[in-house]
Structures are given as structure tokens and as C-alpha cells.
Design a protein around this ligand. Structure first.
Ligand code: CMC
Length: 430
């Protein structure tokens, strides 16, 4: 919705720009005509003040610690909903009726197997390859297997590609894990729910019966809900940018997986757990807090701080509760890592440096402890994040493709390199 306008004075020329208002949250100044009228670009490294698109999917109020999917608070979805229902909500904008949910669950379930040739694809990797390296490759490789769903101009093909990715990510993720520990791949079992099926593909072996623990399955399902979407973060923006060129959806999601891998983004859960292990005991916390505050030390408290949340990450609260639930179900009464985490959180929340910079625990602070207790190695943490975020990437990608004003994403730059100069031969170069 456009309303009012704002006037910018650039070198004596006054430029009128409309202000667009959303349903909630900050308004934006539409600068799309700025270059045409002034010959100048705006400069915003890291996009701290730039809205890259209009979206109806996810809303975050970082100051208040609010996260809504299609208007629904994350706390309510995590408590009452399940992950596939959240997928439906993100993709279609409304919670499903019972019939719609049954149909959606069935459609996802039908696509859980991957092409058998994929097994051969895995054999090319070293056993000690990072599972995220395998995921980047295998998700991108899906475009080589499913040619009948890569035409992005066909809504049906877009829908089939979306279902395929939501359904096959758990299968690929479990295969990456099984490959790394030298165990045979476990095929999906479609009478299980989405998350129970994933746990089984990860932890069952052909030689024994495997019973899914419903408490762990519910906890992991909730973790998937918490990670399902998060507005225009780095990996989602990567997916949108890749998709803006018309690249096929499997390639776009592979780009998202690659971006997510970084320790400042999805890799933080792995880094946070490694940090807690390195700290080891609560008495060493002051030393690490001191390092985090030292300008000359690159060390940061992993699992702390967020570009958008300047308050407690609402997902971190639910995550903390889930951690206690999982540890209690597994009978883990004294987990030294949890002790370190809880003490570290308390100390950091009272520390002037963290208060002043509004650095609160984020979702990754507690997720590592929970996933480790469930039996996942640290290298799998970001893979689980990618599995859950796939639906968010797809919903954002679809929204962009369906937007009639969509154009290729093409930021500009402030050039500070050498001005034009003439080529000198090697002999002339002194
Ligand atoms: N420990 C110590 N100092 C920190 C931390 C931290 N974790 N995070 C930010 N700061 C300081 C930073 O040094 C800077 O100080 P100064 O203003 O004196 O230079 C100030 O706080 C602002 O930091 P920034 O890097 O400019 O903020 P950003 O918005 O660019 O970065 C962040 C956000 C998440 C990358 C950063 O807080 C960070 O590196 N955190 C640790 C990694 C982490 O936990 N990431 C997971 C994010 S949540 C999951 C996800 O969405 O992927």
C-alpha cells in the first residue's frame, strides 16, 4: 500500500519518493527511481536498512522478540502444530483443513524416495566429507534426476518440485549421515510421520527393529517448525537471487544450502556446541566472556546475537524448553554442556557489553545440546537446519516467481578501484 511520500535533497535536486506501508512493521521508502532521477545509488553494505522485496510469509519484530508465520505466533505453532502443517501454512498462506492436511501429507509421503542412481552418487564422496558438502552437491544434483519439474513457468512443475524437495531432504540428509558412519542406507517407511521417518532413516539398522521414541520425534518436529522460515535472511536472499535469474528450483535451494553452511548463519549451531565443549566447565566462562569482549580477539560467543533480534530470540526460549524435555526423556540428569550453557547465558545476560549491544541467546545456543543428546553428531546440525528451512526457501522462491513485478536481482556498487588506465607490456612495467 502506498501512502504519503518522502522528499530527498540530492545536490540541490529534490526527489519525491513514495512510502510503502506494510500491515505491521516498518514502512519502506521506494527508491527504485532514485538512480534515474539523480544518477546516484544508495549504499547499504549487509543490507541493514534495505528491504529487498515485498513478502506475505514471515514477520519478525526484532525489538519485541516476535516471530509470526503467516500471522501465527511461532509459540502457538510450536506448541499445537506439526511440521508438515507448518509447511502447508508457509506454502499456501492458510492452515489446512483436515482433508487438505491429509492430502498434503500424502503428497509429501509419495515423494520420499530418491532415484536409486543417487546411491551411486554418494559413493563418489570420501567417508569423512562434511555432510553439508554432500547436501550442497546432492540437492543441486536433483535437477539432473527430475527433469520433469524444472520448468519454472509451469505452476504444476513448480508444485511437484516443491513437494519433491520437502519430501526428499530428510532422505538425503539421513543418507549423508549413514554414509559418513559406514552404515547401509535405510529406505523411507511411509506409514511413519515425517519426523519419525527421518529419525528411523538416521538411526535404524537392518539387523534390528527400531522403535521411534515419540517424545524425541515430537521434539525434533518442533525444532523443524522453529527453523522453517525466517524472513529475508542470508540463505533465503541467496535463494531469491539465484531464482531471479530463472534458475531451476533444485539449483536455487542448493545455493541456499551453501549459504546456510557459514558459521555466522546455519553453521552457528555446530560452532556453539564446539564452543561449549571448548569452555568445558563453568569456571572457564569468564575467560571466554573476556575474549568475546576483546576487540583484538576475533572470538565471538556463538549462539549469541542476531542481525534482527535485539531481544531474546523467541525460538531460543522454546528451544531451551525442548532441551530440558529431551534430556529428561533420555534420563540425562547432569549434562556438563547444559550446565556451561545455562551459566554462560546468565553471566552474559548480566554483562554490560552484552546488554549494551543487545546480544541475547539465539536459537542456535541450545539446539546443539538437544541434537547431540538425540544422537546426532555436530556435523549434522546444519544439515537438520537445511532440512527444516527448505520449506521456507521454497515458499519465498514461489512467492517471488509468482510476483508479476519480479525482475532479475542485480545490486549495484560503489566502485573504489583504479580509474581507467592503459595496458603496459611486461617490458614497460619497470
Ligand atoms: N559475541 C561477541 N560480540 C558480538 C557477538 C557475539 N556473538 N555478536 C555481535 N557482537 C558484537 C560485534 O563485535 C559488534 O561490536 P562493535 O559494534 O563493537 O563492532 C556488535 O556486537 C554488532 O555486531 P555485528 O557483527 O555488526 O552484528 P551483525 O548484525 O552483523 O551480526 C551475527 C549478527 C548473528 C552474525 C552476530 O551476532 C554473530 O556473529 N553471532 C555469532 C554467530 C551466531 O550465533 N549466529 C547465528 C544467528 S541465528 C541463526 C541464523 O539465523 O542463522
Amino acid at each position: 500500500m502506498d501512502s504519503k511520500s518522502s522528499t530527498l535533497n540530492v545536490d540541490g535536486t529534490s526527489v519525491e519518493m513514495s512510502i510503502k506501508r506494510g500491515t505491521i512493521g516498518p514502512s519502506v521508502i521506494d527508491i527504485s527511481k532514485l538512480y534515474g532521477q539523480t544518477g546516484m545509488f544508495t549504499y547499504d553494505p549487509g543490507f541493514t536498512s534495505t528491504a529487498s522485496c515485498e513478502s506475505k510469509i514471515t514477520y519478525i519484530d526484532g525489538d519485541e522478540g516476535v516471530l509470526l508465520y503467516r500471522g501465527y505466533p511461532i509459540e502457538q505453532l510450536a506448541e499445537h502444530g506439526d511440521f508438515l502443517e507448518t509447511c502447508y501454512l508457509l506454502l499456501y498462506g492458510e492452515l489446512p483443513t483436515a482433508a487438505q492436511k491429509a492430502d498434503f501429507d500424502y503428497r509429501v509421503t509419495r515423494h520420499t524416495m530418491v532415484h536409486d542412481q543417487m546411491n551411486r552418487f554418494f559413493q563418489g564422496f570420501r567417508r569423512d566429507a562434511h555432510p553439508m558438502a554432500i547436501m550442497v552437491a546432492c540437492v543441486g544434483a536433483l535437477s539432473a534426476f527430475y527433469h520433469d519439474s524444472t520448468d519454472i513457468s509451469d505452476p504444476h512443475q513448480r508444485m511437484v518440485a516443491s513437494m519433491r524437495m520437502i519430501a526428499k531432504m530428510p532422505t538425503l540428509a539421513a543418507m549423508a549421515y549413514k554414509y559418513s558412519i559406514g552404515q547401509p542406507f535405510i529406505y523411507p517407511k511411509n506409514d511413519l510421520d515425517y519426523t519419525s521417518n527421518f529419525l528411523r532413516m538416521c538411526f535404524a539398522v537392518p539387523a534390528e527393529e527400531y522403535r521411534v521414541n515419540p517424545v524425541l520425534s515430537r521434539a525434533l518436529d518442533r525444532i523443524f517448525i522453529l527453523h522453517a522460515d525466517h524472513e529475508q535472511n542470508a540463505s533465503t536472499s541467496t535463494v531469491r537471487l539465484a531464482g531471479s535469474s530463472g534458475a531451476n528450483p533444485f539449483a536455487c535451494i542448493a545455493a541456499g544450502v551453501a549459504c546456510l553452511w557459514g558459521p555466522a548463519h546455519g553453521g552457528a549451531n555446530e560452532a556453539a556446541l564446539k564452543m561449549l565443549e571448548e569452555i568445558g566447565t563453568p569456571d572457564r566462562i569468564p575467560e571466554f566472556i573476556g575474549r568475546a569482549k576483546d576487540k583484538n580477539d576475533p572470538f565471538r560467543l556463538m549462539g549469541f546475537g542476531h542481525r534482527v533480534y535485539k531481544n531474546y530470540d523467541p525460538r531460543a526460549r522454546i528451544m531451551q524448553h525442548t532441551t530440558h524435555e529431551v534430556l529428561s526423556e533420555l534420563g540425562i540428569r547432569d549434562d556438563p554442556l547444559l550446565d556451561v550453557a545455562m551459566e554462560l547465558e546468565q553471566i552474559a545476560l548480566k554483562d554490560e557489553y552484552f546488554i549494551e549491544k543487545k546480544l541475547y541467546p539465539n536459537i542456535d545456543f541450545y539446539s546443539g545440546i538437544t541434537l547431540k543428546a538425540m544422537g546426532f553428531p555436530t556435523s549434522m546440525f546444519t544439515v537438520l537446519f537445511a532440512l527444516a528451512r527448505t520449506v521456507g526457501w521454497i515458499a519465498q522462491w514461489s512467492e517471488m516467481i509468482e510476483d508479476p513485478s519480479q525482475r532479475i536481482g542485480r545490486p549495484r556498487q560503489l566502485y573504489t578501484g583504479a580509474p581507467r588506465r592503459d595496458y603496459l607490456t611486461v617490458a614497460q612495467r619497470g
